[in-house]
Design a binder for this molecule. Structure first.
Ligand code: NAD
Ligand code: GLY
Length: 362
């Protein structure tokens, strides 16, 4: 088992990484549930697989469960409110702990419910997708979608611990697994060139789910995420580099309808666009763009946006993203491999040129 710490003063917490951790006495994640009440929040796809094991680890607590409908399309205020209904119906007080058992959708929604319920209660992250293990379960960003934009309603609320039990990934479909690899590649691109080179050498083993390679990839991703979050918990500056490709990606997700393009797929195409824009601006070599695209493709990820989207649609949806400051698009660009910067320098014309070159309609 590997372990690391997210260092945030009194809000610090551990991340445990390994196989068969839900009932591992060395992890004893149930001890992070301080009161005698807990509520496990999952969805109708994950609950039949792992709800019993999660509840077993919490034996002795007064337990509730909420099983949400599966999918990004249900990441809404209305669905999150069903968690509040259950907590109130079953008399959960401020010392209760919510337990997020699922991928990034469940984690974001459960974390949001924990941030709001009685002005904030504790929550544990039990991520069950690769994407959630390497990204969404770490760092305290929680929230839900609005029909007009992704993750537009939310709160910063850190979990009390994260348990990345890699054996839960055995049931994860190939496409979802690849979507998680997109976020792993992201860390190499934005802040860890040696990790990128390691991924180039190990991508075949990672895609084959080799145990040691997978554990190392999750660990190094979490180390990078924890470092960035510790430097800038509430995204005043540096943390924004974690959004490489996300402004383009959110536009794709919104245009295509939540859930049709997976988040990681949209981020992969978005990272390719962000790299191409960096090249267009004279900041990045074509060679890094080539290596980035090649690694994404070797992971089975898209590097082109959906062909039905138009430049105007992209620009409109990107303008609605949270990363807009005083009318200027704030984008994450690369100055080199492992060197992300947040920049408002790209003009609308440069962005349009890169979109057209990627096959987006004029
Ligand atoms: P997801 O939660 O929708 O999970 C993907 C699919 O896999 C779902 O159908 C889910 O039910 C299923 N699944 C989950 N675990 C499984 C398992 N072990 N076996 C079989 N099926 C399983 O999607 P995701 O990719 O995990 O997360 C994407 C979400 O995360 C997006 O909403 C995105 O906005 C959010 N996100 C948040 C952050 C953050 O910092 N909070 C960061 C990145 C992404
Ligand atoms: N996934 C972006 C962040 O956590 O800041």
């Amino acid at each position: 088992m590997k372990q690391l710490q997210v260092s945030l003063g009194e809000r610090s917490y551990p991340i445990f990484i390994g196989r068969n951790l839900l009932d591992n006495p060395d992890v004893d994640w149930a001890s992070y549930v301080r009161g005698n009440q807990a509520c496990v929040v999952s969805n109708d796809r994950v609950a039949p697989l792992y709800m019993a094991a999660a509840k077993q680890a919490l034996a002795g607590k007064r337990l509730s469960e909420v099983v949400l409908p599966d999918g990004e399309a249900h990441k809404s205020l209305a669905v999150a409110a069903t968690v509040f209904d259950r907590l109130l119906e079953e008399n959960h007080n401020r010392s209760t702990t919510l337990v997020a058992l699922g991928g990034g959708v469940v984690g974001d929604m459960c974390g949001f419910a924990a941030a709001c319920y009685q002005r904030g209660v504790a929550f544990v992250q039990l991520p069950t997708t690769l994407l959630a293990m390497v990204d969404s379960s770490v760092g305290g960003k929680t929230g839900v979608n609005h029909p007009l934009g992704k993750n537009m309603i939310g709160a910063f609320h850190q979990p009390v611990c994260v348990v990345a039990d890699l054996s839960l990934l055995d049931s994860l479909p190939e496409r979802e697994y690849a979507a998680g690899v997109a976020e792993i590649i992201k860390y190499g691109l934005i802040c860890d060139a040696p990790f990128f080179a390691w991924l180039e050498a190990n991508i075949a083993a990672l895609m084959a789910r080799d145990g040691e390679v997978l554990a190392e990839a999750v660990y190094r991703s979490c180390v990078n995420k924890a470092k960035v979050v510790a430097e800038d918990e509430r995204e005043g500056g540096r943390r924004a580099i974690l959004n490489l490709g996300h402004t383009f990606g959110h536009a794709i997700e919104t245009a295509e309808g939540y859930g049709n393009w997976l988040h990681g797929e949209a981020v992969a195409a978005g990272m390719s666009l962000a790299m191409a824009l960096s090249v267009e601006m004279g900041d990045l070599s074509v060679e890094v763009l080539r290596r980035g695209n090649q690694l994404l493709q070797r992971a089975g990820l898209p590097v082109k946006p959906p062909s039905a989207m138009t430049v105007e649609q992209f620009l409109q949806l990107m303008g609605r993203d949270k990363k807009v400051v005083d009318g200027r698009l704030r984008l994450v660009l690369l100055k080199g491999l492992g060197q992300a910067v947040v920049s408002e320098a790209a003009s609308v014309e440069q962005i349009a040129k890169v979109l057209l070159a990627a096959g987006v309609k004029g």
